[in-house]
Design a protein around this ligand. Structure first.
Ligand SMILES: Nc1ncnc2c1ncn2[C@@H]1O[C@H](COP(=O)(O)OP(=O)(O)OP(=O)(O)O)[C@@H](O)[C@H]1O
Ligand SMILES: [Mg+2]
Length: 505
């Protein structure tokens, strides 16, 4: 039996493909976890949806199972943190908890025309100084506007206070703290910063942006810091006890925090459904000239916000899932490595997975995916290899953009996420960037970051320094490719990317 009083922190990671609950001890080690996938709903080629009710149920279920596995009592949880797939948009009735439609997922392209119509002089960066983001289908604001304009009854309901908005953090926290009539309606700066509705400097909802997106302010959650006690879990809820809900960060910012990239100039790259490279720029807001996003990284209680430059890649691990589910070349994601190893190189094949258009640094919603360089020689091994290499090439594009914008050239890259289990990919990443690639012992850095935020708020951890001591190196890959090969491979990639443009007219 574990001593009764030992305390832990629990965190929910509500991701694009799955929801997990992880319990951590004071050293930041995993004590117990459980994870469930949810359905990806594709009603049309460009649409991606999730069922918010299934996600809520999964969240409750993973909590129950992880708690049971850990054999700890709810009162041993000093606090709960939440991290989430960002931008995915839910609108629901606060009296009943019923969503008005499925959640519109960040990858969804239905707002493409709407975004174009809002761009002044066709300039997608017309609001970048204010919100740090280009006008793109990716963000929540246009998704809210789309729902208000296209789902019958929502606009009227919003006027009467019967329709409220949240990203998945807000949705989950609302349910944890009691749901209908009781749940608290909040978000944090990192999530609010992905709506195009928050002013980057003031960290509050911006009246001009609300007007442009046609969003009434009574729909919006209150913006809080990423680490403070927001409220308590409902006694009648899944924990059966009142536990502080005290951390909230978007998943990529959470991974940055979980990797303890606390100083300006520190960066991490996370390979999950998509791939996201974030560079801490400190309290300084750095605007991008190279197609990166400016985004809040975290705000700890009353301390000033810390910002980041971000390169967002829409498709990384989901390409491996597509090869598994839609092509049937493998049964499980890890099998991609052996398939890729069955050939010695890509054989001249490039696979540009512009399934949701292209995000950073191109921001082209008119792009669609392609395989180029096909010859009689190409087999499924080359397809597997080209798919893995695509993640590394896309990362190199971001890496170069970051060097331009920040004048910081990273000497090594900290990595995490499900795909770091793939040695071939990590070695190729190191080769193509020509720097060492390093992953920590705990690769579940996203959920760890949310746990850290909650733990700091409740005093489970006293200061960020303590968290830095928890970080330890798991694995390192050293570059081993000559300059000529590296440059010629990347040149091929750049040519392939150009071929994806202007596909959708
Ligand atoms: N060995 C592997 N080689 C290549 N890809 C892999 C491997 N193992 C897992 N993946 C891919 O990694 C992804 C899972 O990683 P991870 O668990 O970090 O994602 P996730 O956190 O569920 O994503 P999200 O947060 O967006 O839901 C899947 O898309 C899967 O296809
Ligand atoms: Mg994730």
């Amino acid at each position: 039996m574990k001593p009764k009083k030992k305390q832990y922190i629990g965190a929910i990671d509500q991701g694009t493909t799955s929801t997990r609950f992880v319990i951590f001890n004071h050293r930041g080690e995993i004590v117990s976890k459980h994870q469930l996938e949810h359905k990806q709903i594709y009603p049309k080629p460009d649409w991606v949806e999730h069922d918010p009710i299934q996600i809520r149920d999964n969240a409750f279920q993973v909590i129950k199972v992880a708690m049971k596995k850990a054999e700890i009592a709810p009162e041993q949880l000093a606090g709960i943190g939440v991290t989430n797939q960002r931008e995915t948009t839910v609108i629901w009735d606060p009296q009943t908890g019923k969503p008005y439609c499925n959640a519109i997922v960040w990858q969804d392209l239905r707002t493409s025309e709407l975004c174009k119509s809002m761009a002044k002089n066709n300039n997608i960066n017309c609001y970048s100084k204010k919100v740090g983001l280009p006008l793109a289908t990716y963000f929540s604001g246009p998704k809210i506007r789309w729902i208000l304009e296209n789902v019958p009854g929502v606009k009227k309901a919003a006027q009467k206070g019967r329709a409220i908005f949240g990203n998945m953090d807000t949705w989950i926290i609302w349910w944890l703290t009691g749901g209908p009539g009781k749940g608290i309606h909040i978000t944090d700066v990192t999530n609010a910063g992905r709506t195009m509705l928050m002013n980057l400097k003031t960290l509050s909802w911006d009246p001009e942006m609300l007007d442009i997106m046609g969003v009434p302010d009574n729909m919006l959650p209150e913006i809080k810091s990423s680490s403070e006690i927001y409220g308590y879990t409902a006694q009648s809820g899944v924990f059966g006890k009142s536990i502080p809900v005290a951390g909230d960060l978007g998943d990529q910012q959470a991974a940055l925090f979980g990797q303890t990239c606390f100083s300006p100039g520190e960066a991490k790259n996370t390979y999950g459904t998509g791939c996201f490279l974030l560079l801490n720029t400190g309290e300084k807001i750095v605007y991008s000239k190279s197609g990166l996003l400016t985004t809040p990284a975290y705000k700890i209680g009353g301390q000033p916000a810390v910002y980041a430059l971000e390169g967002s890649i829409a498709i990384a691990g989901s390409l491996i899932q597509w090869i598994r589910d839609n092509l049937g070349l493998i049964k499980k994601a890890p099998e991609i490595e052996n398939l890729a190893k069955s050939v010695s190189d890509n054989g001249g094949l490039y696979f540009v997975p512009a399934f949701s258009g292209l995000f950073a640094p191109h921001w082209r919603s008119d792009a669609r995916g392609i395989m180029v360089g096909l010859t009689h020689f190409i087999n499924k091994g080359h397809i597997a290899r080209a798919a893995l290499e695509a993640c590394a090439f896309q990362t190199k594009e971001i890496f170069n953009a970051m060097a331009k914008d920040s004048s910081i050239s990273l000497k090594s890259l900290k990595v995490d996420g499900g795909m770091v289990a793939n040695n071939l990919l990590m070695q190729f990443q190191s080769d193509i960037l020509n720097i060492p690639v390093i992953c920590p012992k705990i690769t579940e850095t996203t959920v760890l970051g949310a746990a850290y935020a909650a733990g700091l708020a409740v005093g489970f951890w006293k200061e960020q320094k303590e968290l830095e001591n928890n970080w330890s190196k798991g694995k390192q890959w050293e570059p081993d490719m000559n300059k000529k090969t590296r440059e010629s491979l990347y040149k091929g990639w750049q040519k392939a990317v150009k071929r994806t443009f202007d596909w959708v007219e």
